[in-house]
Design a protein around this ligand. Sequence first.
Ligand SMILES: Cc1ncc(COP(=O)(O)O)c(/C=N/[C@@H](Cc2ccccc2)C(=O)O)c1O
Length: 456
Amino acid sequence: RRSWAEPYKIKVVEPLKITTRAEREQAIAQAGYNTFLLRSEDVYIDLLTDSGTSAMSDYQWAGMMLGDEAYAGSKNFYNLEASIQKYYGYRHIVPTHQGRGAENILSQILIKPGDYIPGNMYFTTTRLHQELAGGTFVDVIIDEAHDAQSLHPFKGNVDLQKLTDLIERVGAERIPYISVAGTVNMAGGQPISMANLRAVHQLAQTYGIRIILDATRAVENAHFIQQREEDYSSQAIATILREFCSYTDGCTMSGKKDALVNIGGWLALNDYNLYEEARNLIVIYEGLHTYGGMAGRDMEAMARGIEESVQDDHIRARVGQVEYLGQKLLDWGIPIVVPIGGHAIYLDAKRFLPQIPQDQFPAQRLAAELYLEAGIRAMERGIVSAGRNKETGDNYYPELELVRLTIPRRVYTQAHMDLTAEAVEEVYHNRDRLRGLKMIYEPKYLRFFQARFELQ
Ligand SMILES: Cc1ncc(COP(=O)(O)O)c(/C=N/[C@@H](Cc2ccccc2)C(=O)O)c1O
């Protein structure tokens, strides 16, 4: 079997600074043991997020020079609209500055106080916008998704019984839409199968309930459908993506992931009346309905990024790099979430640091230690990210206590992956000496972004 190599070559590079351990000890202490509060210049390999951190192509950079910065009616908007309609298949497009812009508008037009929004596992910003609009998120994902060691090939699947039970319990009129994410970030970048989405669509239709897709990483989801569902093994990614979206009534999108841009997003809706409401809110929160918080150049870069993102060799290489890192760690016995996800490797901090109880933030501690070891920045995806129950104020105690090593698209080489694996292995080798943290500052919303900690 011939070795695998990236389907691109590198033309522009950004030199990286390599820090000393002493410098990193000072930096992480000043950052309150929160990797979000580190300065980028103090980070060597930045695996915090795949959001907005991908490398653009020459084709996208050329598009930046074609920015039509007219306030209204920019030609780049119409290029973006056409690209989304072509590749995602939705009828009406409302541009937003990023995913949260779309989540804010969607929640305001569809959710009323007392509503319930079922979804395949929570996502932090999505759930918060649902709650701010007076809704309650209800997790209807299959149980296997909460088990880091389950090898279920589609952990993002909806449990149709859980969904039916909720609808029967609260009534379809209290459910403005079903929120489906493909892939599921908090489960480890886990896909939902086409068969399951089709079944959810059929169930939703019998009750007249809409489905809104979080399409942020839907191209990666299409890759797993192509690899793991036999009916799709010979279909192109672009074809799979179109069918996937056709089972939903609209989508929110953070273009900062699959669509290969540093800023951008959209809300897509097939229903004209909903679109009209969303379009009207855009002029309050995002700017005009033909730019939605983006410059013309950003819209052009995203129109072109969408086209590139659905190319089979691009997405195979992208997910292939994640699999390369994950397989190395599995071979060395490092506890990670399986199956390996689409955009990141998730270290299982519960198995990695069993000596640290969850309320002393094991994943937060592990992310800090990986930075100390090698200047590699990862993200906590455990009890800190799970936040507090909005009614009781108590901490959620999620099954999954994870550290996410998130791989930006077209940025790092295999050598960076090798070094990352070696650093993780080194931390694993010395894991017994690690102790917990205590939270000394807790923000009200999405605390993981700005919380500060001290060593126990
Ligand atoms: C499945 C899914 N849906 C919507 C959004 C919002 O999109 P946007 O507003 O960022 O454009 C995101 C953003 N995910 C980023 C950034 C992030 C966001 C919250 C907490 C930690 C990190 C990440 O996973 O790193 C997402 O993953």
